[in-house]
Design a binder for this molecule. Structure first.
Ligand code: HEC
Length: 156
């Protein structure tokens, strides 16, 4: 093979790889799920960073204000709603994870009708620890942050 031809072939394959990478990257849009944390963050739990994605992905599909009536009347859209709605409200007792229904329903066996979320993706390990620590630290949740149904998320 002529050296010039070989060089053109190299160039062409490099070009194809770069284009491939660009296409691949542009395919990664905002609705790709964030990955789960592998350890509990140090320091105070940051609601926006650690709790918000967890609740949106696992709970907001059912516990939004519109669908709450079919789901134990619990809306987890804002802190105020999370602390006041639900058939057995309050489901969060700031400072006391062990008295918070929001924690205990996640621990029930999957076949229990109250086990939340009612999907194979149970909350345990690091995510459970994040939720518990967040409640222990007072369940802080800035008023400006309203959670929405996962289909409405454009940015994590
Ligand atoms: C697929 C829908 C669905 C998802 C997702 C879901 N829930 Fe529920 N949730 C329900 C239904 C239905 C009930 C009512 C069950 C009952 O009353 O027996 C309920 C009830 C509850 C209750 C009890 C409310 C009360 O006051 O009685 C809590 C707490 C709760 N869910 C927390 C959560 C949390 C936290 C998540 C996310 C980790 C979650 N749920 C995800 C459907 C869902």
């Amino acid at each position: 093979m002529k050296p010039t031809l070989r060089r053109s072939l190299y160039l062409l394959s490099a070009l194809l790889i770069v284009t491939g990478l660009l296409v691949f990257q542009s395919g990664a849009s905002a609705d790709d799920l964030p990955t789960w944390p592998t350890k509990v963050p140090a320091g105070r739990i940051d609601f926006r960073k650690s709790v918000r994605p967890l609740l949106i992905i696992n709970c907001l599909e059912c516990h939004n204000s519109e669908d709450a009536k079919d789901n134990g009347n619990l809306s987890l859209e804002t802190r105020k709603l999370a602390l006041t709605t639900g058939d057995r409200a309050p489901v969060i007792v700031p400072g006391r994870p062990d008295e918070s229904l929001l924690i205990s329903v996640l621990k029930l066996e999957g076949i229990h009708q109250e086990a939340m979320p009612p999907t194979p993706d149970k909350i345990w390990g690091v995510r459970m620890e994040i939720l518990r620590r967040w409640i222990t630290e007072g369940a802080n949740w800035p008023e400006s942050i309203r959670l929405v149904h996962p289909r409405e998320i454009t940015e994590w």
